[in-house]
Design a protein around this ligand. Structure first.
Ligand code: HEM
Length: 127
């Protein structure tokens, strides 16, 4: 498969992840039972797995390593932070306040991930 196509797929899965996270965030805020539906639990994992697989394929194929490309290291670190805060927002937060704060923080971290990826710069183009 040619790299531009894999990159397009990666970006499409990245946008799908954002849409799915925003939708589940809205369901959390509106206390919708849809948040607990079985498909709304497994579908995001499928999208995330495809996002990760296409990212990994590009990183290996284009010889881009977190050790040689600081922007990828920062992006992967930010993804780990996003996964932890995101799970507090949608699942593990004990109070509504905690969940809302975690939701806002996750959206901020998502913006950082996109900025770092689009600029290929660990400073997200701010420096
Ligand atoms: C929340 C997760 C992720 C988001 C939102 C995201 C977002 C993006 C975006 C928007 C681009 C396109 C940048 C451009 O147009 O130049 C991109 C490219 C890329 N991403 Fe991701 N990504 C994510 C996860 C990953 C993961 C897990 C990896 C690696 C394991 C990865 C590796 C890459 C690589 C290698 C490129 C291509 C860089 C190039 O063309 O030089 N991404 N990502």
């Amino acid at each position: 498969m040619p790299w531009p196509l894999i990159k397009q797929l990666h970006v499409a899965f990245a946008l799908l992840t954002v849409c799915s996270f925003c939708l589940r965030g809205y369901w959390m805020l509106s206390r919708s039972p849809r948040l607990q539906a079985s498909w709304s639990r497994w579908l995001p994992h499928v999208i995330d797995a495809l996002l990760f697989a296409t990212g990994l394929a590009m990183a290996i194929g284009l010889s881009i390593s977190p050790l040689t490309h600081p922007w990828l290291a920062v992006k992967l670190l930010a993804i780990v932070v996003y996964i932890i805060i995101g799970s507090i927002a949608l699942k593990r937060g004990r109070t509504r306040g905690q969940r809302v704060a975690a939701l806002l923080l996750s959206l901020l971290v998502l913006i950082v991930i996109f900025a770092v990826a689009l600029h290929h710069d660990p400073w997200a183009g701010l420096r």
